[in-house]
Design a protein. Structure first.
Length: 280
């Protein structure tokens, strides 16, 4: 059954700001698209941008090398000399076992109270001789990819997802929207006569367009809220001759080396319920 993320639907039809998945479901029922369920966001609670200020690596008795980091998380920082493990820097202390980052890198930090896929709740806890007051996250821990070889370094992550040159928000800024994790997703039930609704263009095509305003001179064509020929969102390129039923030309890239554009990968990934797998 198809999944309908509100943010993706907005690219095809006008959706009032603040519309919830439940409200959207009620509107779609009126045009014959039945709600199956509402899939909640994969991550809830405080997930913020952090900047690594210090990194102290120490080999443990079990042979692992663990990093104790002081991370700037903006308004969520402990004041100097306060917090679970006081420091001279306004920051939080976090233990991290990954090694693919350096001092100065921007990372994604889940703070105590956040809930990650698999119903994993973040809390401050003592480990490897320090109090870890949060967690620096990998893609797999957030349910946005399978990479668990290291944590997300935003400078590299944005570039890898076609967003090279995008300004990284200040430490402490909410990262849920930055990563596309924050909306409910509506799953709808499609009847046999509405097979076109298995596409994201088919769903808004079912929504009636408003009537055109009256004109004293001559009638004007209605302005649809859903346009099959609308300009693509920023950063996307549409073929001039493309239509909903016209195959787009191949780029010629070999399948083994071709990669999805960042916007496309994020849009496709968003509707799918998260697997909930997590590795400590």
């Amino acid at each position: 059954m198809p999944y309908v993320p509100i943010e993706w639907l907005r690219e095809h039809v006008e959706v009032p700001a603040g519309t919830s998945a439940a409200e959207l479901a009620a509107d779609l029922v009126r045009v014959g698209l039945e709600e199956e369920r509402i899939v909640p966001p994969a991550v809830t609670g405080p997930l913020v941008v952090g900047r690594v200020l210090t990194r102290e690596a120490k080999e443990q008795k079990n042979g692992k090398t663990i990093n104790y980091c002081r991370v700037d998380v903006g308004a969520h920082n402990d004041a100097p000399g306060t917090g679970k493990e006081p420091s001279e820097l306004p920051s939080r202390g976090i233990v991290c076992g990954a090694h693919n980052f350096e001092v100065g890198d921007h990372v994604v930090v889940s703070l105590p109270g956040a809930v990650l896929p698999g119903d994993f709740t973040i809390a401050a806890r003592k480990t490897y001789g320090h109090v870890s007051d949060g967690m620096i996250c990998s893609e797999r821990e957030l349910g946005i990819g399978n990479d668990h070889s290291g944590i997300i370094v935003l400078e590299r992550w944005l570039a890898a997802h076609g967003r090279d040159g995008e300004d990284i928000p200040a430490p402490g800024t909410d990262a849920i929207g930055l990563l596309g994790l924050g909306e409910d997703v509506l799953e709808i039930n499609i009847t046999p006569d509405r097979g076109y609704c298995f596409s994201m263009r088919g769903v808004p095509a079912s929504i009636p367009t408003p009537p055109a305003p009256a004109s004293p001179t001559r009638p004007t064509a209605p302005t649809p809220t859903c346009s099959r020929t609308a300009s693509p969102p920023p950063g996307r390129t549409a073929s001039p001759s493309a239509s909903p039923r016209t195959p787009r030309p191949s780029t010629g890239a070999p399948a083994s080396t071709a990669t999805w554009p960042g916007w496309c990968a994020a849009s496709i990934r968003a509707p799918a319920p998260r697997s909930g797998c997590r590795t400590a």
